[in-house]
Design a protein around this ligand. Structure first.
Ligand code: BGC
Length: 354
């Protein structure tokens, strides 16, 4: 009889272990790259029940791609806050592939997550994403890539947390206006620039491109665009584009506007290889305030950057998510929550360095 019980117990143990393994397998179908931060699910086989370690809820986080410098800082901040608050978090990599991200959203829905935080791959896919989460009735926070107010109005348990991209563009223009010659290094009465753009499908890229130049024009300065090239937010592309433009336009280039810091760091490499010196014969500005860019601003190798507050946005996203979990809904036209950008100059850069 004793033997029978021992056998039965062993069988139960084996079965429950198999069940745990099964769950894991389901999770990994979210896509190859994935990080999970979960409260311990069991108690390591011990028979005693641990005091209820109830998770605050399960949250699915979709990032457009892990291989993005700014979004890496952002997702780490997000994961840390959610974890500290006791949520069970799964973060998945969309690999810059909207079809893949759509699948990941559906998988999260099937798994019954309590809320979603989504950094869309394509802003143009917002309608589909919003229809999907609405259909599943899942509270959702969109981050980093802002859809239009009309698109968001389709679902009242949806909110966007991000920044006003126009503001970052204006600040970039102001960084150039703050230089001793207002960007006109060669004194020919106009500022000649190249624009290295992020992914133009993304409103941050569109508005930074527009408003950086507009700030100069609004200050009564004549501008000349020598070239505008998409660099897709990517450091290597930033370097190649800037190297090509320097080869083509040489000393004519007075300002290099980059829609983000990663491309600006790439551009800086090209500038240095061409024997040019930032703040002496060329100006260079970015956005994000990545650690690498803060170093370069502090060393005088970048004219300035603009803080894209990843931690502030992550905290804001979690706060809005908790409001949604508490039953809040958002009226049309009030579905965007903004965190301010901050201008980073050689004077204040130390305040941003960790
Ligand atoms: C950041 C970029 C980033 C992009 C991703 C922007 O707000 O400035 O660095 O690549 O978001 O969507």
């Amino acid at each position: 009889m004793k033997k029978f019980f021992a056998l039965a117990l062993a069988l139960i143990l084996v079965l429950s272990l198999a069940a745990c393994g099964g769950d894991k397998k389901d999770d990994s179908s979210n896509g190859g790259n994935e990080t999970q931060t979960q409260q311990p699910a069991g108690n390591g086989g011990s028979e005693t029940k641990e005091p209820e370690q109830k998770s605050a809820g399960s949250i699915g986080v979709c990032i457009y791609k892990f291989d993005d410098a700014f979004m890496t800082t952002y997702r780490n901040a997000l994961e840390k806050i959610l974890k500290e608050k006791g949520y069970e978090v799964t973060v998945v990599d969309g690999n810059n592939d909207q079809a893949k991200q759509n699948e990941q959203i559906n998988t999260f829905i099937t798994q019954g997550v309590d809320a979603l935080i989504i950094n869309p791959v394509m802003t143009s896919a917002a309608d589909t994403i919003i229809a999907t989460v609405k259909d599943a009735d899942i509270p959702t926070v969109l981050i980093n890539r802002e859809p239009t107010g009309d698109q968001m109005a389709a679902y009242d348990k949806l909110v966007y947390v991000g920044c006003d991209a126009a503001q970052s563009g204006t600040f970039q223009g102001e960084l150039i206006l703050d230089t001793e010659n207002k960007g006109d290094i060669n004194g020919d009465g106009k500022v000649s620039y190249i624009m290295i753009q992020g992914d133009p499908e993304n409103i941050d890229a569109q508005l930074r491109t527009e408003y950086s130049v507009k700030a100069l024009q609004d200050a009564g300065i004549e501008v000349e665009q020598l070239n505008l090239t998409r660099g897709d937010w990517d450091r290597e592309k930033g370097q190649t584009i800037c190297a090509n433009d320097l080869a083509q336009f040489g000393d004519k280039i007075e300002v290099v506007f980059c829609n983000n810091d990663d491309m600006a760091i790439g551009a800086l490499q090209a500038i240095q290889s061409a024997g040019r010196k930032v703040n002496e014969d060329i100006y260079l500005v970015g956005v994000d305030a990545l650690d690498a860019a803060l170093n370069e601003v502090s060393n005088g190798n970048m004219t300035g950057t603009v803080l894209n507050d990843a931690e502030g946005q992550a905290a804001g996203a979690v706060a809005e998510m908790e409001k949604l979990l508490g039953g809040a809904t958002y009226a049309a036209g009030e579905q965007s929550v903004y965190v301010d950008y901050v201008k980073v100059t050689p004077e204040n850069v130390k305040d941003f360095m960790k």
